[in-house]
Design a binder for this molecule. Structure first.
Ligand code: FMN
Length: 325
């Protein structure tokens, strides 16, 4: 093993370790890397799909898009230049992308060390009420710029009426989901306390545990609607939407999502998801109308400055995610 190979392998591992910090639906981490020389193949791991929440693997593919964006951002920090081909093999739809990496130590760009790349470890989902602080004035234009390369339509939901409409769509979607025993069962599997390196912790003091406990057949679920002030009072509410609604669009939406999240995290702003309203078809239709009718909503975020520190979610060890040949 030459020194050049060893240092390439070390740089690649460091970049992959950063990449798996990406967000994923229910923290399922539905991805696998297959390394073939200097190419990393990113494969969808559909054994980690959420058939009730996400029957078409739309969010699964977006999660892999977020991972891909993180790898592309992390690589130059390790002196690697990345060239990505999306969906390279029509006969193999699980192969979402192939990323060819070249040594590029000469142009290792320390400038890139700030901003989105440095925020990879800082970004986290924040589901509580935000602090009263406003977000920076130029945040909106920075976020617009961060998604521009991906052909995404980014729409801000401003004004009381639009926020109330969205809060209502989220409440309807939430009721639909929690009213579906299969959906509840699926979420319960991914918030089970016996999970170690994936899934989500139950927030302390949350009533989610009771809401998710298996019910007897036909037994109704007691629950309250989500607090509408979470939507109405958020400093910024954004919808990411795409022209098409297929794997390629979902990959781009996931890449755009992660660029947006990291651009926000770099200035101390974190996000929470209102994706119920993209997951339930009737609600998604309503949101589509809210964003002008022509685009497909893929993610809905509220953004602000967290009111407190929270514990980070876990990731599977890299060796479980990386294979060869
Ligand atoms: C495509 C996608 C959809 C998501 N949907 C939701 C959602 O509907 N509700 C939610 O609370 N979090 C949602 N999340 C956030 C994940 O639960 C979160 O990323 C994961 O638990 C890992 O935690 P972290 O973001 O703090 O690293 C979503 C994330 C992705 C990438």
């Amino acid at each position: 093993v030459t020194t050049a190979t060893t240092s390439f392998d070390a740089a690649l591992r460091a970049a992959l370790a950063d990449a798996v910090r990406a967000p994923s639906a229910h923290n399922t981490q539905p991805w696998r890397f297959v390394i073939d020389g200097r190419t990393v193949h990113l494969r969808a791991d559909r054994t980690r799909a959420l058939p009730v929440n996400d029957p078409h693997d739309r969010e699964l593919t977006m999660s892999c898009g977020a991972l891909l964006a993180t790898l592309e951002l992390a690589a130059p920090g390790q002196g690697l230049r990345a060239a990505t081909t999306l969906l390279p093999d029509p006969a193999d739809p699980d192969l979402l992308a192939s990323v060819h990496l070249e040594d590029d130590r000469g142009s290792r760009d320390p400038a890139g060390a700030g901003g989105p790349r440095a925020a990879i470890a800082q970004r986290h989902t924040y589901r509580g009420h935000f602090a009263g602080e406003p977000v920076p004035d130029d945040l909106r234009s920075r976020l617009d710029a961060s998604v521009a390369p991906f052909g995404i339509r980014l729409v801000a939901i401003d004004g009381d009426e639009a926020r109330e409409d969205l809060a209502a769509a989220v409440a309807v979607a939430d009721r639909t989901q929690f009213g579906d025993p299969s959906w509840r069962r699926e979420l319960a599997m991914w918030t089970h306390p016996d999970r170690r390196d994936d899934g989500m912790p139950l927030p302390r003091g949350s009533d989610l545990g009771t809401r998710l406990a298996p019910s007897a057949p036909g037994e109704p679920v007691e629950m309250e609607d989500p607090d509408p002030s979470l939507v109405i009072d958020a400093p910024l509410v954004l919808v990411l939407a795409t022209e098409g609604d297929r794997a390629r669009d979902w990959l781009d939406a996931g890449r755009a999502l992660q660029h947006l999240l990291l651009t926000a995290a770099a200035v101390g702003v974190q996000a929470s998801y209102l994706n119920q309203a993209c997951q339930v078809p009737a609600a998604r239709h309503g949101v589509r109308y809210l964003v002008g009718g022509a685009h497909h909503p893929q993610a809905i975020l509220r953004l602000g400055v967290p009111a407190r520190e929270i514990r980070r979610t876990r990731r599977r060890p890299l060796d479980e995610v990386v294979g060869s040949g």
